[in-house]
Design a protein around this ligand. Structure first.
Ligand SMILES: Nc1nc2c(c(=O)[nH]1)N[C@H]1C(S)=C(S)[C@@H](COP(=O)(O)OP(=O)(O)OC[C@H]3O[C@@H](n4cnc5c(=O)[nH]c(N)nc54)[C@H](O)[C@@H]3O)O[C@H]1N2
Ligand SMILES: Nc1nc2c(c(=O)[nH]1)N[C@H]1C(S)=C(S)[C@@H](COP(=O)(O)OP(=O)(O)OC[C@H]3O[C@@H](n4cnc5c(=O)[nH]c(N)nc54)[C@H](O)[C@@H]3O)O[C@H]1N2
Ligand SMILES: [Mo]
Length: 773
């Protein structure tokens, strides 16, 4: 690695704003959402200049049948009734952030050199507002200077045409990109001749996709909101729903009201595992009436989930010796394969091992098993707490194992339900962003689009970073997102981008990925989802797919932040035409009318038949999940049990397992403030949550500075110094802190061998009182 430690410290550490006061930690005892959220929203909108007219008007339009735009906040589905104003604090903040009145124009870039901007916090960079025109990096002056769209496309086109091998380019996608742009983007990459399509999903739910594909023959969850409304038991693993999927609170509160059991499994008791005031329930708001959102909270050690689930399965199997109804024998016989091997591995796993590996007592495991055994219909839901681990795939497969035991699949109120991250990350995969496309997908693409797509697998996020560092990839195109900061091993990723011949970022806001750039660099500003997209044939809409496979239209209604912005499909078409001057693909014609893109997608993609008509139905349409119909596209044609051994997740003596996560006031790499309301934190991001006993053992006082050192699989060390230790209700041996700051601690070599996902929730660290304190 070529980056020295000083540089690592100065560039990786301050992401959030400069704190406005002394760091504070006061445990939060109020319900989630409710008035705290309402107050925070009002303050935030005022700051972004969104009051008094635009903000509320836009929000009334959000998530409304097919007349509004899809909330870019998260991938939680819209209310099935379609009429509820189902919105949340963080969704509103996210929209307001995009609609800000602040602008970054050419004067801004003329006033600040890139070297100067490198010293700014990430908060300050994004806080400058919306990008307004294309800019190119000028090495002579070290400034970004204006460039015309035509010249920008020509620079991209020429650089791509001159590559001796198309695999020297990588095309990153962040999960905001609409389906139509997604389809064009992957088509461009494949027509050029590469499957190098890294995406944010490689850091997010790759493990879920791979696990469910292997077990069920589909990479997606099989349930929808109606199922959530009729489940008897809900198991919520590893998600901070009150912050990251706040509309789940409504579903949890409703479930509680109807008497469903709700089990939260998380090393931290997050706000969604307590009580909530539903923000759109005006009566509840007025009377401060809160509803419980949990009936049981379990706090396993980091990585201990698989052992817990195995324990639940073991208990159900033991019960079946005397109670024939404990298992759904008929389902197991008719629809599954591998049951005997799974039963054997459950029997062979001792209770002692389950207790040690989960960090839970046998009693607690049995409590969860009883909830599961008593319920007729169970849904198991999860997010990053399960996926960003070495054994993420095995753990998600263990969830499916448990569901299969009682036939919790293919019927109402039951099944697996991953909570996706970015609002269209699921749609991206459906529409072709996959570095490991199937032969069937490529065959159809070849036929429908008359191209000859490459068959060799491409690079994912980790692979692309390594290839850029090795000089094998020299052109990086980022379609949204903030690759520099979101990816692991910050200094190594910075170095990777800096080695490129050309980096291109298609973005709405200024961020670190513009400042850390290749020899040549372009900033291409695009329309946001809230904005009106005028093309030759009129105002266009794009479609997105939520966590539960619902595809619906999103129509922007705001005047664009600048008249120079182009839509994402137009930018992709511009780059494609410049790179492939003789292409027979009608790029320009597609952009005139997105219905034309949809017509092609209807022919090329499974489940998109009659796309243009169905997407205009009031609530859009649901992509069929074969597993939901008990059709399993697996080699055996059945749902397959897995029988992996339990991994050893107990930290070695002296070390801790550190999970990196989001605060309440951030959206991935976008930081709104230094507060984390539900965890009781104010004015502080450079912190590490620790168990009191672990602190005492190390001589660490409350809120005192500590030095954190991680040890990677290859034995290399990484450091973050001077972080404040916050005593927290977290199991012994576990610690937690915020991404993206802590990406400095995540080595690129620390990716899961099962999913290739960076292991962002289980970093092996030592923590000691700060040397400089
Ligand atoms: N407001 C807002 N919304 C967002 C985002 C955002 O940044 N801000 N990001 C979006 C994206 S891209 C995504 S992927 C999702 C992410 O949503 P989350 O998965 O909620 O993301 P994290 O903040 O990483 O939180 C992970 C949770 O897992 C828990 N956890 C950590 N380790 C373990 C473990 O070993 N086992 C278990 N059971 N739990 C564990 C942590 O305590 C934490 O509650 O949210 C999406 N929505
Ligand atoms: N340590 C650690 N690292 C993590 C994670 C973790 O839990 N721990 N989580 C990982 C996960 S789950 C994810 S999904 C990634 C997130 O990785 P990314 O998706 O790459 O990052 P974001 O922060 O969501 O990207 C924000 C930028 O997107 C741009 N943007 C916003 N809206 C639009 C739009 O409509 N169009 C375009 N073109 N650009 C837009 C803006 O310029 C903004 O600065 O981070 C990963 N990194
Ligand atoms: Mo994500």
């Amino acid at each position: 690695m070529s980056v020295d430690e000083d540089e690592q410290e100065s560039r990786g550490s301050r992401v959030g704003p400069v704190p406005q006061g002394e760091p504070e930690f006061r445990p939060y005892h109020h319900p989630a959402a409710g008035w705290g959220a309402a107050k925070s929203v009002t303050r935030f909108m005022a700051r972004e200049g969104a009051l008094p007219v635009d903000g509320p008007r836009a929000i009334m339009k959000m998530n409304h049948e097919n007349t509004g735009f899809d909330c870019p906040g998260c991938a939680w589905p819209d209310d099935t009734k379609g009429l509820h104003l189902d919105i949340c604090e963080n969704g509103i903040k996210h929209v307001t952030w995009e609609m800000t009145r602040k602008r970054v124009g050419r004067e801004f870039f003329a006033a600040h050199s890139v070297t100067e901007l490198a010293g700014w916090t990430d908060y300050d960079l994004e806080n400058e507002g919306r990008l307004t025109e294309p800019m190119v990096y000028d090495p002579a002056s070290d400034h970004y200077v204006p460039i015309t769209w035509k010249d920008a496309f020509e620079l991209v086109g020429r650089t791509l045409r001159e590559l001796d091998d198309p695999n020297r380019a990588a095309f990153y996608t962040s999960g905001r990109l609409g389906n139509e742009a997604t389809f064009l983007y992957q088509l461009m990459a494949r027509e050029l001749g590469t499957n190098n399509l890294p995406d944010c999903s490689n850091m997010c739910h790759e493990a879920s996709g791979r696990a469910m594909q292997a077990s069920l023959g589909t990479g997606k969850g099989t349930v929808d909101l109606k199922d959530w409304e009729s489940a008897d038991a809900l198991f919520i693993f590893g998600v901070n729903a009150a912050s990251n999927a706040p509309r789940m609170l409504t579903a949890l509160a409703e479930a509680y009201h109807r008497g469903a059991r709700i089990v939260h499994v998380n090393p931290l008791v997050e706000a969604a595992a307590t009580r909530t005031i539903i923000p759109h329930d005006f009566k509840d708001m007025a009377t401060f009436h809160s509803t419980r959102t949990s009936t049981l909270n379990l706090q396993p050690r980091i990585g201990g989930d698989m052992a817990l689930i195995r324990g639940m399965a073991k208990a159900i199997l033991e019960q079946s010796a005397t109670d024939p109804k404990a298992l759904d024998q008929e389902f197991i016989e008719r629809h599954t394969a591998g049951f005997d091997a799974y039963r054997a591995v459950c029997e062979a796993t001792t209770w002692e091992e389950i207790e040690t590996q989960s960090g839970l007592s046998r009693d607690d495991v049995l409590k969860a098993a009883r909830v599961y055994g008593d319920a007729d219909r169970s849904i198991i839901s999860w997010c990053l707490g399960l996926t960003q681990h070495e054994h993420g795939v095995d753990t998600v497969r263990e969830i499916v194992n448990l569901l299969l035991l009682r036939g919790n699949l293919g019927r109402e109120g039951a099944g697996p339900s991953p909570v996706r991250g970015h609002s269209n990350v699921q749609g991206n995969r459906t529409c072709g962003i996959d570095h490991r496309p199937t032969e069937a997908f490529l065959d159809r693409l070849a036929e429908v689009c008359a191209i000859d797509p490459p068959r060799a697998h491409g690079l994912d996020t980790v692979g692309a970073i390594k290839a850029m560092n090795d000089g094998d990839v020299t052109v990086f195109v980022g379609m949204g997102g903030n690759f520099a900061l979101a990816a692991p091993d910050t200094p190594y990723t910075f170095a990777a981008l800096e080695k490129c011949e050309l980096t291109v970022q298609v973005s709405t806001k200024l961020n670190r990925s513009h400042i850390v750039h290749g020899r040549r660099a372009l900033i291409l500003p695009c329309l946001g989802r809230t904005e009106k997209d005028h093309q030759r044939k009129g105002v266009q809409s794009t479609s997105v797919e939520d966590s539960m496979s619902m595809v619906h239209l999103s129509v922007g209604m705001k005047r664009p932040a600048s008249s120079h912005l182009l839509s994402e499909p137009a930018i992709i078409a511009g780059m494609a035409r410049a790179a492939l001057p003789d292409s027979a693909t009608p790029w320009e014609w597609y952009v005139e009318d997105y219905d034309r893109i949809r017509d092609t997608m209807a022919k090329a993609l499974d489940g998109f038949e009659d796309f243009n008509r169905r997407v205009r139905l009031p609530l859009g349409f649901r992509i069929k999940q074969p597993a939901r119909e008990l059709v399993f596209l697996t080699p055996s044609g059945r749902a397959e049990f897995s029988d992996a051994p339990l991994p050893d997740v107990v930290p070695e003596p002296g070390t801790l397992a550190l999970g990196t996560m989001r605060s309440h006031d951030q959206w991935n790499t976008t930081i709104y403030s230094d507060n984390d309301r539900y965890r009781g934190i104010k004015n502080l991001r450079t912190l590490v949550f620790m168990n009191r006993a672990d602190m005492r053992e190390r001589g660490i006082a409350d809120m005192s500075p500590v030095d954190i050192t991680s040890t990677a699989k290859d034995g290399s060390h990484r450091h973050l110094n001077g972080y404040l230790a916050v005593p927290y209700d977290i199991p012994r041996g576990c610690a937690a802190g915020y991404m993206p700051e802590m990406n400095v601690l995540c080595a690129l070599v620390d990716y899961s061998t099962q999913s290739d996902q960076p292991i962002m929730k289980h970093v092996k660290v030592t923590i000691v009182p700060a040397a400089a304190a």
